[in-house]
Ligand binder design. Structure first.
Ligand SMILES: NC(=O)c1ccc[n+]([C@@H]2O[C@H](COP(=O)([O-])OP(=O)(O)OC[C@H]3O[C@@H](n4cnc5c(N)ncnc54)[C@H](OP(=O)(O)O)[C@@H]3O)[C@@H](O)[C@H]2O)c1
Length: 258
């Protein structure tokens, strides 16, 4: 353990998190702040982000809210500049926000929906990584984390384009890890299973679908946002200093079951 300090501390690490106003992003923001990070809480709605900032401050942590829409490159440029102006640089990036505007077979997906998925779930992660990496490099290194999904590991009857985007994220992670390794920037991902957030409400609110997931999951329960925050903490901290290019599956053991 370095200097007797916890491997998991993130003291004074400046962190940008997209989609941090609720769900998995919110949990990661609170966990990182509890472990000492200075967190930029972003999403499309400032009020919701401010609520997370208030919560973090009430816990004694450091955070600031700002608006950022992942579908708009200039908004992401502003997000990065805001972080540099507010906290003097960037150490950790969590690309968490994503979109899925369509459920059904690929033959029925409108081009606009497919394009939105590719832009928000892949291109925006590429944009943000390119924007933050010079700042990380200036500080001697950093950590980029992309939230993928187990949907990217298998064929899917209803989530085709989303699943394609999440599979692409896993390749983006491997590629960025190769390109940024010499700058001491590690790049990793998390592939969550079904987590109880607004994003997946249609699945877990349906008792039949929920029962199927609970039965098939080795741990016999759906995931909570905090189940993902712990993995995100590991991947941002010194505990994972020799891990890069990997996507860790955090799904309670559903993909390994049959
Ligand atoms: N929940 C699951 O079962 C599950 C499983 C596997 C992977 N994931 C992945 O986990 C990540 C987080 O999902 P979640 O379940 O936590 O979703 P969530 O609870 O619905 O939260 C989504 C967050 O993203 C923000 N957001 C949505 N569109 C945005 C945009 N265009 N620009 C910026 N922010 C945007 C939302 O805030 P605003 O509305 O204020 O913008 C919110 O903060 C996503 O990448 C998702 O694909 C989720």
């Amino acid at each position: 353990m370095p200097n007797g300090k916890s491997f998991f501390r993130l003291d004074n690490k400046v962190t940008i998190i997209t989609g941090a106003s609720r769900g998995i992003g919110r949990s990661i923001a609170i966990a990182y702040a509890r472990y000492g990070a200075k967190v930029i809480v972003s999403s499309r709605k400032i009020d919701a982000c401010e609520e997370v900032v208030d919560e973090i401050r009430s816990l004694g942590g450091e955070a600031t809210a700002t608006v950022a829409n992942i579908s708009d490159k200039s908004s992401l440029e502003d997000l990065v500049q805001f972080s540099v102006t507010t906290y003097g640089g960037i150490d950790i990036l969590v690309c968490n926000a994503a979109s899925n505007p369509f459920y059904g077979e690929l033959k029925d997906i409108p081009d606009e929906a497919f394009e939105k998925i590719l832009k928000n779930n892949i291109l925006s992660n590429h944009w943000l990584s390119a924007l933050v990496s010079p700042h990380m490099s200036n500080r001697g290194g950093g950590s980029i984390l992309i939230v993928s999904s187990i949907a990217g590991l298998k064929g899917s009857p209803g989530l085709g384009a989303y699943a394609i985007s999440k599979a692409a994220d896993m390749q983006l992670i491997r590629n960025l890890a190769i390109e940024l390794g010499d700058k001491h920037i590690k790049v990793n991902g998390i592939a969550p299973g079904l987590i109880k957030t607004d994003f997946a409400k249609a699945l877990w609110e349906d008792s039949k679908i929920r029962g199927h997931y609970e039965e098939k999951t080795a741990l016999k329960r759906l995931g909570e946002p905090d189940d993902i925050a712990g993995v995100a903490l590991f991947l941002a901290s010194d505990a994972s200093n020799y891990v890069t290019g990997q996507t860790i599956v955090a799904d309670g053991g559903i993909t390994i079951n049959g």
